[in-house]
Design a protein around this ligand. Structure first.
Ligand code: NDP
Length: 609
């Protein structure tokens, strides 16, 4: 303790908890949850489970296969693909085809329509290009449908529907060295060429199922939350689900998705069983409608200013004001911004011991408050105890809700705490936990997405570069790129959020900035008459070295965490792990550097031929 300055202790304020005891509890709870199978505990929505990924929202329309050529083919019509398409259209490149599996644009906002769906990041920040579509979200935290519609509007304004291939899945792409083109094949029999391909197929694109023994035995109704079955439940995202009246329903998963939908299922289900493996750490939501006067007072440039302010405050960079000032930005400041903040406040450099002490103290303060909230809200003491999360705040995706915890005071809701072990098995009637069978009519899987996996499993297809080099193999040891966008041996193949960039609490900031950057590079290549662009080996090495240096220093933190997709289910050193592939620069600094790189116009690090 002696090496911790009193000025720092005073700055951090009240710490009336036993940090050593909390550390011990965190480690014990993590150990219970570590599984030797890691990521492979999950079941892919393939083969006998492929129907879990079918589209319940649109009828599949027939069409003839395409055998033509486009300047840019974009894989994925979520925010990433649509924003890239928008920026390409702004630099005059309109010969763009987005290939999208869904029946419309939207990506995660197309697939997810479950009741209660909202974005946790403030809408004025998150809903990219609001200003260009003359739109201000109706609430601080927007509903999914509002976000989806705004994406459609961006796509319409940019003319992206004209050449789009909706309800189409890419099945493979191959670089044709002779022609200097990509060959793209799809499940519709398309076989077309593209001068550039842009992979914006998303981090949360493929739903996964829990690896519960006996999954195939259950005879009741089931679906994954990203394919909500309103035919069965009745109602809609904001309408009462009358179809659940008289039904016993089970929900598996109590993370970002589960926390949002559970209160809505509880409203009409005769009985709801919430099967919990790890309690969610749920902070205050405090949503509110948008003040029309405030919306009318916004001046041109308001959104970029707000996004940059958000990014700067969560990174701990100096800012006159915190415009968003909510619980999500508080987590960002805790995780990324506390060191620069404290050093500024104390006007000195903190030692490594002080940094560790500070980050643990601030984390404990936040988590203690979250645990106390459970006691304040949940009436039954045993249920309250079981709902308390025992891990550091960023070990899991931070969650916010004002109606999740009160749901457990309802007489028709039972928390089935599996004490970290998960459901033992499924019978034809329902889940078995600790020897008790729970008979349910319907079992809803809120169990997330394939993330810490290789390229092929996440994307669902293979990419074959120069000399047949397979991208999945090439990235076995982790992502190798220049600027997170350009990959050697995969010429003219552009990447949106596959890694090697910072991550952000406002994910669309990254997607929008990458879209701008890639549109600039493609337009410059075309202007300069280049057929092929590819990063130099030195540029890739230098970029990846920055990523690797930072990620190896973070492994210790993630190793101590309760398993989740953030740490590849307890294996943070795995090459495919999300946080193994993050660039250490705060997002605004990273993208300012890219803007300066564009400004100097030399395309340094890229080879044009
Ligand atoms: P997650 O992967 O975060 O959570 C999966 C849940 O399923 C966990 O509670 C997990 O428990 C549980 N689970 C898995 N296997 C079993 C099992 N065998 N038995 C019992 N429980 C099991 O998925 P989500 O869909 O909740 O969230 C994914 C991401 O989507 C979020 O992190 C977020 O980025 C995004 N999202 C954002 C939203 C927003 O902005 N509001 C809303 C929804 C999603 P355990 O914790 O023990 O692993």
């Amino acid at each position: 303790m002696s090496e911790i300055g009193q000025d720092l202790i005073d700055l951090l304020g009240k710490a009336d908890f036993d940090a050593a005891e909390i550390r011990r509890r965190y480690a014990a709870e993590r150990d219970i949850r570590l599984r030797p199978e890691g990521n492979s505990q999950y079941i892919a929505t393939e083969a006998e489970f492929s129907h879990y990924a079918d589209d319940p929202y649109a009828e599949r329309l027939p069409r003839d296969p395409l055998h033509d050529h486009v300047t840019v083919a974009i894989v994925g019509g979520g925010y990433g693909g649509v924003l890239a398409g928008l920026h390409l259209s702004r630099v005059g490149i309109k010969d763009v085809r987005i290939v999208e599996k869904g029946g419309d644009f939207g990506g995660v906002w197309y697939w997810n329509r479950y009741p209660g769906l909202r974005c946790d990041t403030e809408a004025y920040v998150y809903m990219a290009e609001s200003e260009s579509i003359d739109f201000v979200a109706s609430e601080k935290y927007a509903r999914g449908a509002e976000i989806r519609e705004s994406i459609h509007k961006i796509a319409r304004n940019a003319g992206l529907y004209d050449k789009a291939c909706l309800q189409t899945e890419v099945t493979g792409m191959q670089w044709d060295e002779q022609e200097g083109l990509w060959r793209v094949r799809t499940d519709r029999g398309d076989d077309f060429t593209a001068q550039f391909v842009l992979l914006a197929n998303g981090l949360l694109a493929k739903p996964k199922l829990p690896g519960i023994p006996g999954m195939e035995k259950y005879r009741g109704h089931t679906f994954h939350t990203s394919r909500w079955d309103y035919d069965y439940t009745g109602g809609g995202p904001t309408e009462v689900m009358n179809g659940l009246r008289g039904k016993k329903v089970g929900v598996v998963g109590t993370a970002a998705t589960g926390v949002q939908l559970i209160p809505h299922v509880a409203e009409t289900a005769e009985h709801l069983y919430v099967f919990q493996r790890t309690p969610a750490a749920v902070d205050v939501r405090a949503n509110r409608p948008t003040d029309p006067e405030w919306a009318a007072s916004l001046k041109p440039g308001w959104q970029q200013e707000r996004v940059e302010n958000f990014e700067r405050t969560v990174a701990g960079l100096e800012c006159a004001e915190d415009m968003v000032s909510d619980r999500f930005s508080a987590v960002g400041r805790l995780f990324n911004g506390s060191v620069p903040w404290a050093q500024r406040e104390l006007n000195r450099t903190l030692s490594p011991e002080e940094i560790a002490f500070m980050s643990e103290t601030l984390d404990n303060q936040m988590m203690e408050r979250i645990r106390h909230r459970v006691d304040e809200v949940v009436q039954d003491p045993a249920t309250a105890e079981a709902l308390k999360p025992w891990h550091r705040r960023m070990c899991k995706r931070p969650l916010f809700s004002d109606d999740y915890l009160p749901t457990f005071n309802r007489p028709n809701v039972t928390l089935v705490d599996t004490k970290g072990l998960g459901i033992d098995r499924l019978t034809e009637k329902g889940p078995v936990v600790a020897g008790s069978e729970y008979e349910v009519d319907c079992l809803i899987f809120a169990t997330g997405y394939e993330t810490g996996q290789g390229f092929d499993r996440r994307a669902g297809f293979s990419v074959s570069g120069r000399d047949g080099l397979d991208l999945n193999d090439y990235w076995k040891g982790g992502m190798l790129s220049f600027q997170g966008s350009f990959v050697r041996n995969f010429p003219n193949c552009l990447f949106v959020f596959w890694g090697n960039t910072p991550i952000s609490f406002a994910h669309t900031f990254i997607l929008n900035e990458q879209g701008k950057h890639l549109a600039y590079v493609v337009s410059e290549a075309l202007k300069r008459g280049a057929r092929v662009i590819e990063p130099s080996a030195e540029a890739v090495d230098a970029h990846v070295a920055q990523v690797r240096a930072a990620s190896s220093s973070q492994v210790a933190f993630w190793k101590e965490c309760t398993p989740s997709y953030f740490n590849s289910e307890g294996n943070p050193e795995e090459a495919q792990n999300l946080f193994q592939n993050v660039h250490p620069d705060p997002a605004p600094i990273f993208f300012n550097k890219l803007a300066a790189w564009r400004e100097n116009g030399r395309l340094e690090g890229l080879e044009l031929s």
